[in-house]
Design a protein. Sequence first.
Lengths: 224, 224
Amino acid sequence: MKTLKISEAVVRRLPIYLRHLLELKQREVLTVSSQDLGQKLDLNPAQIRKDLAYFGDFGRKGIGYDVSYLIEQIKHILKLDQKVHVGLVGAGKLGHALCNYTVYLNDNMKIVAVFDAQPSKINTTINNLRVQPMEELQSTVINNRIRIGIITVPALEAQQVADQFVEAGVEAILNFAPVILKVPAHIRVHTADFTTDLFSLAYYLQDDEEGKDLVTHDDNINRT
Amino acid sequence: MKTLKISEAVVRRLPIYLRHLLELKQREVLTVSSQDLGQKLDLNPAQIRKDLAYFGDFGRKGIGYDVSYLIEQIKHILKLDQKVHVGLVGAGKLGHALCNYTVYLNDNMKIVAVFDAQPSKINTTINNLRVQPMEELQSTVINNRIRIGIITVPALEAQQVADQFVEAGVEAILNFAPVILKVPAHIRVHTADFTTDLFSLAYYLQDDEEGKDLVTHDDNINRT
DNA sequence: GAACATCTGTTATTCTTAAAACAGAAATGG
DNA sequence: CCATTTCTGTTTTAAGAATAACAGATGTTC
């Protein structure tokens, strides 16, 4: 009833909790405290408790969280207790990698269709999936109830693909192309661009040895 | 002089600015305003101005920013005006994809070595690079001044690889494995895990038709 | 060359997120 | 069974980030 809006930061941490909980379960750990979790995940225990408390009282005072129960709860929150079909456009190396990766992660979240524009790729097989031409995108998305679209095509084609996904009715897009996609407000887009990651990492490198004075204000005096 | 610490959020936006500026330059656009940039990049113009102002007075009142000049400045801030050598461990599909991707992006930032533990992969070639065994990591990192390490190995092996990178002396790590790496504080780690991205996207999906109630956030009226 | 429009850099304000503090429930151990 | 420890959920406080507001340059137009 409380339409309390959950911060995006919180939502992004839930999968991280889930992942570790699954590992704990596999190791037959029955309960876990926010302290333990925090230590393992490099997060503040208070934050973890608060995150979880947004969604309900999952823990027990004096004990902690029941691992299996919490897994179920987080899965429910993330809608991973429903079938979530995913479609992917771009049967390149990255597309291949994603198909293999996500296969064994969650039974309910699955890549169920792969598309590409290049004739040479069409009808090849990735992970038991036939690569389909773009013309089949709309119908396949509808017929297979594909709700999330992954884009792994070159930057120049990404917007076009996004438009097709949106028109076909997907609800969210995970975009690996280095562009900012324009989509209607009700579509959720997340950009996973590793060039951005790499470039921003470079910022934190130590300055080069040979006395680059770096006159400007931002000079970090930190040397090895 | 001002040891003003720059927010991580700011640093993460710089590559996005840079990318768009490069595109503008290619289209021979000479100047650009924060307004224009904001519109293209879905960001608040004030934020863009503030971000850039942290590092200097790059713009001119009444005009905006000189595209070429701003490119040079951001490249400098991100240390992309120096050679930044990158090493990659994990010659799988994802590793392949990254090697191809980053090749044409910036002359100074380059993947210069690829490693893998699997004997079958060793001595194969990716993008003109010989895949080297892990035993060669330390020496190669040192001899080639590799400063950033990319990890694209399965989750279970990631920490081990990270340890080797750290020992060899890299300054930053880009980790694609779904684990939280433990590294010394002076090493910068960024985790680029798309399972996290995908799972958090699922949160924003509409609830399935038959359970429209959505009474409370915590109530588990979860029906498929 | 004055009036107007443009656009930055900076300051002020609002909004959001993280951390700390704490009361209360559950278990444990003598 | 009482004291102590553990650990949650919530409240309070602090920190941080985004947005808005505005003064000061710059250019343009008539």
